[in-house]
Design a protein around this ligand. Structure first.
Ligand SMILES: C[S@@+](CC[C@H](N)C(=O)[O-])C[C@H]1O[C@@H](n2cnc3c(N)ncnc32)[C@H](O)[C@@H]1O
Length: 247
């Protein structure tokens, strides 16, 4: 594969989004709530913790290794961007040393990895919103194939809460983060040719449909990362957390 570079170097656009448009403490607390839901689902698995293997697809810098190391005996992670891969490798070494959980990080995308390993859990956190349509469909297919029967896909991605899918290009205008709504065709071109960070806001329906096509059944759905909490629900959620089980 040609060398892939994630367009948001150092996560600067994401950090600017969180700091400028959200309350960053509430942002973190919102993610902590959905990670608690993930923990509850993992607690219901019948396998022994030390026997479980988790695949982290698009692990970035290994941000979630610490959290998931509590629930599995081994983590395998894939990260195509060289710089982020090196950071994840270092993070993996630290988490492995402190938890005893075996962690290996590979500089690849899913599918390049020819090893036919199968996993109890696959984690895909904030990856699919940056991929072209064909790549998302392919990723779902491969993730479903790599899950053991009864295995769980934990998926976090951006969410269009009015069911209208939207496409954006995020980039810098001198020192300001700029987000511009674009057409599906432009999104696909930017994914292919570069020119910013492509971000797709998925409707729940389209995510569930792509998953159903590869026999992944929805068991949990939780919007999160809202602007505020109203009546116990997050208002204007930017993201959603899905748990699918392989039938
Ligand atoms: C927004 S970051 C999320 C990182 C991490 N999962 C997290 O939640 O912090 C998206 C990551 O997906 C990686 N990525 C992009 N295309 C990918 C693909 N086809 N397969 C796996 N990872 C991919 C990028 O390099 C980037 O590190």
């Amino acid at each position: 594969m040609a060398e892939y570079r994630y367009p948001d170097k150092g996560d600067r656009l994401t950090i600017a989004l969180i700091n400028n448009e959200y309350d960053s403490k509430a942002w973190q607390e919102s993610e902590a709530r959905i990670l608690d839901i993930a923990a509850d689902a993992l607690a219901q698995l019948s396998s022994k913790v030390s026997d479980r293997t988790l695949l982290d697809v698009g692990c970035g810098t290994g941000r979630l290794f610490d959290f998931f190391a509590k629930f599995v005996g081994r983590i395998e992670a894939l990260e195509p961007d060289n710089e982020r891969y090196r950071q994840a490798l270092e993070k993996g070494r630290l988490v492995e040393a402190s938890t005893g959980v075996s962690i290996s990080v590979i500089n690849e995308v899913l599918g390049d990895n020819k090893k036919d390993n199968f996993y109890d859990i696959i984690l895909s956190s904030h990856v699919i919103q940056h991929l072209g349509q064909a790549q998302v469909v392919e990723l779902f297919k491969t993730m479903a194939r790599k899950l053991k029967p009864g295995g769980l896909l934990l998926l976090m991605t951006t969410y269009a809460d009015d069911s209208q899918e939207k496409f954006y290009c995020e980039s810098w205008d001198s020192e300001s983060r700029k987000s511009r709504q674009i057409s599906f065709e432009e999104f696909e071109n930017i994914f292919r040719d570069g020119g910013g960070l492509p971000v797709r806001m998925f409707s729940k329906e389209s995510v569930v449909k792509m998953a159903a096509a590869v026999k992944l059944k929805l068991t949990e759905f939780h919007p999160f990362h809202g602007k505020s909490i109203e009546n116990g629900e997050e208002y204007q959620p930017r993201d959603a957390f899905y748990i699918f089980v392989k039938e």
